[in-house]
Design a protein around this ligand. Structure first.
Ligand SMILES: Cc1cc2nc3c(=O)[nH]c(=O)nc-3n(C[C@H](O)[C@H](O)[C@H](O)COP(=O)(O)O)c2cc1C
Length: 151
């Protein structure tokens, strides 16, 4: 079994809903175990067990939300020490932009170094059914790629 680790942070509940939808999508792949963990609780040991990493977060003040930055700060050197290389995906919720969070995340993840498994998905505006569907599809596509050994 391969595993997809979904790390998320949510202030209002929006990103938590998107992370759950991505988890649901990933679970539809029969040989994938998907786990969703809050960024505050996620650690290097969980990264070491994962086959892929999906980060679900908001853009706050033009940057990564603080909890996701904290997760990346805590795991950066330990992941390098273990020579971890995980394909990653980004699911960003934003009021009207999201590109600041995307740039920052891509720059940090490049240093691990983790390769991008797909184009980042930025969902702008209030939560809606289309965002839920896009998140579910991203989770499913990422899991399918892992399952087939594409990444
Ligand atoms: C303190 C704060 C700062 C924000 N800054 C930005 C921003 O710079 N750009 C943007 O597009 N949205 C911004 N937003 C909107 C959030 O990205 C958006 O509401 C997101 O869905 C929040 O998800 P969450 O509540 O699940 O963490 C901000 C929201 C808050 C609370």
């Amino acid at each position: 079994m391969k595993s997809l680790l979904i790390v998320y942070h949510s202030q209002s509940g929006t990103c938590a809903r998107l992370a759950r939808a991505a988890w649901r999508g990933a679970q539809t792949e029969p040989d994938i175990v998907a786990t969703a963990v809050r960024a505050w609780d996620a650690d290097t040991a969980q990264l070491a067990e994962a086959g892929g990493l999906l980060l679900v977060m908001a853009e706050n003040s033009g940057a990564l939300c603080g909890a996701m930055k904290d997760f990346l700060d805590r795991t950066f050197y330990p992941a390098i020490a273990r020579e971890l290389v995980l394909p990653y995906g980004l699911l960003i919720s934003a009021g009207n932009d999201g590109r600041g969070a995307q740039r920052q995340a891509e720059r940090i993840l490049c240093g691990y170094p983790f390769p991008a498994a797909s184009e980042p998905v930025i969902l702008r505006g209030e939560w809606c059914a289309a965002h839920e569907q896009a998140s579910e599809e991203l989770g499913q596509a990422f899991a399918a790629g892992l399952s087939m050994g594409i990444f």
